[in-house]
Design a protein around this ligand. Structure first.
Ligand code: SF4
Length: 189
């Protein structure tokens, strides 16, 4: 993913050299919170699920009560994320951004790279993301379902697409889940 965006950076540099101007372009990578989170506590959690949950605890609207306490204090108490609160202040974005570039921008400007990328997804000319953002219904509903119908979708390395398709439609079943399902069936009896 980073390679594609890096190559685009090279194209823009070449364009600048040849034509004397870069042209206005916004290109960005989108990835999971785990790959983009810069919060010093949440980003250190040890799994993708834990980072998602840690972030939601601080950002979900139903958990974010209005409180007369400075945001930094609420952040310290684990109730908010100060980066998230600042993200909507970014109203303009231009350039080519790898995941690292987004994180760098986030640290420099005190904004969340993940929500920044989500916010600018529909304004970007080029978006690079994992197959699952297009194929997995759970993620696609959040991300790619709102892309305009005239956008061009390129599946790079498409010979690898079968596994993501299978995974997105699969369900992991374990003993606990089976026991819970059995208990529910007994209740229905
Ligand atoms: S809002 Fe962004 S920086 Fe804050 S916890 Fe969530 S992913 Fe991390």
């Amino acid at each position: 993913m980073e390679k594609t965006v890096d190559e685009l950076k090279g194209v823009m540099e070449c364009r600048k050299k040849e034509f004397g101007e870069e042209g206005k372009l916004l290109a960005l990578c989108l990835s999971s919170r785990r790959n983009l989170c810069i919060h010093e506590t949440v980003s250190k959690l040890d799994s993708r699920e834990a980072v998602d949950a840690g972030c939601r605890e601080r950002t979900s609207s139903w958990l974010r009560q209005e409180e007369e306490v400075p945001i930094e204090e609420l952040d310290r108490q684990g109730k908010r994320c100060r980066f998230y609160e600042n993200t909507s202040k970014t109203t303009q974005m231009e350039g080519v951004f790898t995941l690292e570039d987004l994180k760098h921008k986030g640290r420099r400007e005190g904004v969340c790279p993940y929500f920044l990328a989500r916010e600018f997804l529909l304004k970007a000319h080029v978006v690079v993301f994992n197959y699952s953002y297009m194929l997995d219904p759970k993620v696609a509903n959040l991300v790619s379902s709102s892309l305009p119908p005239e956008c061009i979708v390129v599946f790079d390395e498409c010979h690898n697409i079968d596994n993501p398709c299978i995974e997105s439609m699969s369900l992991n079943i374990n003993r606990k889940l089976l026991d819970q399902a059995g208990a529910k069936l007994s209740e229905l009896d």
